[in-house]
Design a protein around this ligand. Structure first.
Ligand SMILES: Nc1ncnc2c1ncn2[C@@H]1O[C@H](COP(=O)(O)OP(=O)(O)OP(=O)(O)O)[C@@H](O)[C@H]1O
Length: 371
């Protein structure tokens, strides 16, 4: 199973940001320490300042005041007049539009700016991004998703200390979005470079992020590990509202070919049955369970059509601020946490309360990530 603590600990490429920046009437204020491993999402509504913060990290804009440090290296210190130029920051930057050189073939675009020629590394990146068949094409002949894969390849081949991706899936249709997301997910497992990933889509976030910086009006509302923040009732309006979801880590337990089903094991040994998944036994995966798709009962329901019933203990509850008829609940399943939402009437009639053992009836399980 993915070692999340390992993927999120601070390392030699941790990024410390303490900035104040004004652009027109909009200001960005941030005081953050981001881990030097895994994927950190900058997340927030349109206009919350995600791209502005990314541009400050990249060096495309300079903060009026503040410091930015990557590992041991000071990139910006307004008091000491330090401002390392964009091309010296060793960051791979991929914008929403791929910005490829139109008169170079893909091969030429990928090779651009590489100082040391390492054929094996080139080959590895090309394979990882599935762009080997595109090497002799010109950018104008590429689809949107292909062009972005080439842009990501070019950024990686510059051997960056950190990869910055600004909404890389924007403008792609559903299947192309999923395809590029799968390539990026694959990369995150194969290449040990921290990624800062700008997004405004909670589903994308659940699939890709290990850590989260939640932005609103240029301010940091919350920051931390994604699965921790998804459990916070107060952040629900920012993280999908009615469509908020939990993330559970699981692994493939066994397959039932007769019924085309797969059983997945949670860390505490409880099993979930899902439509057949084409993955080997023991393979880890990340599940996204929408809050609205979890119902509660006091006992297991043997005669129910709910195949997925998990024994859980209520950890905490709170009324939902924007819906007086609903209660939010956090449930413990072994070491993992699952959120649920019931009407206040059901809550009272079932006598639900913290520490009570319940059965969580799970209606829908989506795969957020298949490594
Ligand atoms: N150069 C600029 N001068 C003045 N205001 C700017 C400038 N660039 C951005 N802004 C404003 O700063 C705010 C934040 O913009 P930013 O692009 O960082 O948001 P965002 O969260 O990335 O949004 P989106 O998801 O729509 O890309 C917006 O109100 C925008 O209009």
């Amino acid at each position: 199973m993915t070692d999340r603590s390992n993927r999120t600990k601070l390392a030699g490429n941790d990024l410390h940001i303490q900035v104040h920046h004004q652009q027109g009437t909009f200001s960005v204020e941030a005081d953050l320490a981001l881990p030097g491993r895994g994927v950190t999402a900058l997340f927030g509504a349109s206009g919350s300042g995600k791209t502005s913060l990314l541009r400050l990290i990249a060096g495309l804009d300079t903060p009026r005041q503040g410091r930015i440090r990557l590992g041991d290296e000071i990139l910006v210190d307004s008091r000491r007049n330090i401002n390392v130029a964009v091309h010296r920051r060793q960051l791979g930057i991929v914008f929403q539009e791929p910005r490829l050189f139109p008169h170079y073939r893909v091969r030429g675009n990928l090779a651009y700016g590489i100082s040391k020629k390492d054929g094996a590394h080139f080959e590895k990146i090309v394979q990882l991004l599935g762009i080997d068949h595109l090497l002799d094409r010109f950018p104008a002949t590429l689809s949107g998703g292909e062009a972005r894969r080439v842009a990501i390849g070019r950024a990686l081949l510059s051997e960056p200390r950190m990869l910055l991706l600004d909404e890389p899936l924007t403008g792609l249709d559903g299947p192309r979005k999923q395809e590029l997301l799968d390539f990026i997910l694959h990369l995150t497992h194969e290449i040990d470079i921290p990624i800062i990933y700008v997004s405004h889509d909670p589903k994308e976030l659940a699939a890709i992020a290990d850590n989260l910086v939640l932005l609103e009006k240029g301010r940091v509302v919350a920051t931390g590990q994604l699965d921790d923040l998804l459990m916070r009732f107060d952040l629900t309006p920012y993280l999908g509202g009615f469509n908020a979801a939990s993330i559970l880590e699981a692994q493939v337990h066994d397959h039932d070919p007769d019924y085309h089903l797969t059983r997945l094991a949670l860390a505490d040994g409880q099993l979930l049955t899902v439509p057949e998944v084409d993955m080997p036994v023991d393979e880890p995966l990340r599940l996204r369970i929408p809050v609205r798709d979890v119902a509660l009962a006091l006992e297991p329901q043997p005669l129910s059509s709910y195949r997925n019933q998990l024994k859980a203990v209520i950890e905490d509850t709170a009324p939902q601020p924007d819906n007086p008829a609903a209660m939010e609940l956090r449930l413990r399943i072994g070491e993992q946490t699952l959120r649920a939402r019931v009407t206040r009437k059901s809550y009272d009639e079932l006598g639900l309360a913290p520490d009570r053992t319940v059965t969580a009836l799970v209606k829908a399980v989506a795969f957020a990530r298949r490594p």
